[in-house]
Each structure stands twice: as structure tokens, then as C-alpha cells.
Write a protein that binds this ligand. Structure first.
Ligand SMILES: Nc1ncnc2c1ncn2[C@@H]1O[C@H](COP(=O)(O)OP(=O)(O)OP(=O)(O)O)[C@@H](O)[C@H]1O
Ligand SMILES: [Mg+2]
Length: 337
């Protein structure tokens, strides 16, 4: 039996979470935006709806969360709803939550002077919503004006219908510059006690083109040997993750569930291996084990492949897959050669 491990938080595992800013003044590169938002914060009661747009990994979601935290104070989590608009349940949930918020407001208004006058709904990936859903949203925005402020986030402004755009103050986020990315990666290395070559960090920028999230992930993948060289960066960029998959499978069939699950999370989130690729390579790795009775494993792989194809939650399903492998006692079934 595996020795009980203290489960690690995702923020311990992933540097993008560990180093996610918690205050607006920690956000890098987006100076004008930060200044504009800090101005708006001076008159919280007059805060308009906001729309953040720009490419991936440059701080849109982070900025929205910092703003909510600074605006609502201690209980910001209670009064902030973070929704992924591309989720099917999006519109329905927004409607229900807005109603819920509104009813709480009625009770608390006038009772506590300090009570912030509204709640915040962050709608991430709003450009993934159909225009019908966006139109429905427009009504919700109007009906809830007294109690709720929206922060819409999107990659493509042109996918947001005009009536929503016109109800918001729009902030355009820019890609992070080379010097700022390099400087930021340097500060992470120093904090982690890792040596680095500056040209290795510049190589990361070359590859990610101003996407800070991707840059931090590559740095983390390249830092395994505690010395980030250009060679390490190159292999982190080109990494297929296959050797990691073999390791994960090995841990799982030895019933080391916690360890295998943590490595799985790293593989999916840091190395960016897709969940279907994971199953495909896991399948190959398992066959290399030359099991005496591979049918049971085949059936399990097929079942999880089917669940993923049907849109089940990938991390939950794959963790369950690893748990199942651990229960099979495969090691004992191994063919004697
Ligand atoms: N401007 C920034 N300042 C500081 N850290 C940043 C910045 N942009 C990105 N990061 C880092 O990258 C991670 C991801 O950023 P964030 O989720 O805000 O990106 P995003 O713009 O919302 O991307 P996406 O469009 O893919 O959702 C953060 O946790 C943080 O570590
Ligand atoms: Mg985001």
C-alpha cells in the first residue's frame, strides 16, 4: 500500500498558479489598463460593466480576479461568480445566480452601510457564446443593473454582439514584451533557486510570442535539472511527454495513485499533452508490458476513451482510470518470460 502522502495543491505544483498576481499593481505589462482600472476603483459605486479582450495568457482573467478582490475586499469570493461562458450551462446559471444575488441584496440593502452595492460576475470566454445566448444575456444585464456588474472576457472582440460591447468599457490587453517576459522568468528562477542562461529565457519568448502563461509553463518544464539552459528549453518545447506517460502508468499499476495523479496533472497542465493523446500513448505503454491477460485493460481503456469522446471531465476521468489500473493487480499477472 502506498504511504499516505499529504495531497499537494495545484498552486504548489504549477508555477502559473503559484505566481498568479493577487493585486492589480502586480500585473505586468498592462500599465494603461491597470491605471484605468485603479481610477475606476476610486468610485466603486459608478463602476461600469467591463470587457477585457486580447490573446491567450496575458493576464485577462488574472486582472478580473484582482479587481474583484480589491473592490469587494475580504468576502470577494462570496460575492464574485466566475463562469465559463462556453459551458452549456452558462446562460442558465447566470440567470439563476443573478436572481439569487438580487434577492440577497434586497435583504441586506440599508442594513449594512458598508455592504458593497453589487456583486461581480466574470464571464470568461464570452466570445464562445452563440449570439442568441448573448442576446439573452443583454436582458439579464439590464434587469440586474442595480445589483450586478459584469466583466466579460474574450479573445475576439468581433465575436461579441454590438449591444453588449456598447454597454461595457472595453480594455484591450496586449502581448507581454520580450524584456518583461525575460525579467519575469528571471525573478521566478531566483525565487525557486534555479540557475539559468539568459539566452535560454529569450528562447522561451521566441517560442511563446508574448504569452506569459505558456512561457512560465515552459520554464517549469525546462527547470527539472535546476539549471535552465538553451538545450533544456529546446527539449521542453519539443517534449512529447511520452516518457512521462510510461512513468505515470508504472506508478498507477504499482498502486501509487497519488503520485501518478500528480504527474498526470503536470503532464496535462504543464506539458500540454491532450487527454486523448494520453490514453493513446498509455495504451501503447501498457501493451509493452506484455501482460498475460490484456483484455481487462483494453476494456478499461476503451471505456475511458468513450467517456472522453462524450465530453466527460478529463481530469476526473483520467484520475479514475489510474485508480482502476491500480486495482487490477497487473504486476502479478505479468507473463513470465
Ligand atoms: N500580465 C501578467 N502579469 C503577471 N502574470 C501574468 C500576466 N499574464 C499572465 N500571467 C501569468 O499567466 C497565468 C495565466 O494568465 P491569465 O489566466 O490571466 O491569462 P488570460 O489572458 O486570461 O488567458 P486566456 O485567454 O488563455 O484565458 C497567470 O496565472 C499568471 O501566472
Ligand atoms: Mg483567461
Amino acid at each position: 500500500m502506498e504511504k499516505e502522502q499529504k495531497p499537494r495543491q495545484i498552486s504548489d505544483i504549477m508555477w502559473v498558479e503559484k505566481y498568479r498576481p493577487t493585486r492589480l499593481d502586480q500585473i505586468i505589462n498592462q500599465k494603461e489598463i491597470v491605471k484605468g482600472l485603479e481610477n475606476l476603483l476610486k468610485k466603486p459605486n459608478e463602476l461600469p460593466h467591463l470587457l477585457f479582450t486580447g490573446s491567450a495568457g496575458i493576464g485577462k482573467t488574472t486582472t478580473a480576479l484582482c479587481l474583484a478582490r480589491q473592490l469587494l475586499g475580504e468576502n470577494w469570493k462570496r460575492d464574485t461568480l466566475e463562469l465559463n461562458a462556453s459551458d452549456d450551462r452558462g446562460i442558465k446559471m447566470v440567470r439563476e445566480r443573478v436572481k439569487e444575488f438580487a434577492s440577497i441584496m434586497k435583504l441586506s440593502i440599508n442594513q449594512e452601510e458598508d455592504e458593497k452595492p453589487f456583486k461581480i460576475i466574470i464571464l470568461d470566454e464570452a466570445d464562445e457564446m452563440t449570439s442568441e445566448a448573448q442576446t439573452a444575456l443583454r436582458r439579464i444585464i439590464e434587469d440586474s443593473a442595480r445589483t450586478t456588474r459584469f466583466i466579460f472576457i474574450c479573445n475576439y472582440l468581433s465575436h461579441i454582439i454590438e449591444p453588449i460591447q456598447s454597454r461595457c468599457v472595453i480594455f484591450r490587453f496586449s502581448r507581454v514584451s520580450e524584456d518583461e517576459i525575460v525579467e519575469y522568468l528571471e525573478s521566478i528562477c531566483k525565487n525557486e533557486g534555479i540557475k539559468f542562461e539568459e539566452k535560454a529565457l529569450r528562447k522561451i519568448y521566441e517560442h511563446t510570442n508574448g504569452d506569459l502563461r505558456h512561457s512560465i509553463n515552459i520554464l517549469q518544464a525546462a527547470s527539472a535539472s535546476e539549471n535552465v539552459t538553451i538545450h533544456q528549453v529546446q527539449s521542453a518545447i519539443g517534449i512529447s511527454g511520452r516518457s512521462k506517460i510510461a512513468e505515470i502508468i508504472d506508478l498507477a499499476i504499482n498502486s501509487k495513485f497519488n503520485e501518478s495523479r500528480i504527474k498526470l496533472l503536470e503532464l496535462l497542465n504543464i506539458y500540454g499533452v491532450s487527454e486523448t493523446d494520453f490514453l493513446k500513448y498509455a495504451n501503447e505503454e501498457i501493451y509493452k508490458l506484455q501482460l498475460e491477460n490484456p483484455y481487462e485493460v483494453s476494456t478499461i481503456i476503451a471505456e475511458y476513451d468513450y467517456r472522453l469522446a462524450n465530453g466527460a471531465h478529463a481530469e476526473i476521468q483520467l484520475a479514475a482510470f489510474l485508480a482502476q489500473l491500480g486495482k487490477l493487480n497487473i504486476k502479478n499477472n505479468k507473463k513470465s518470460i
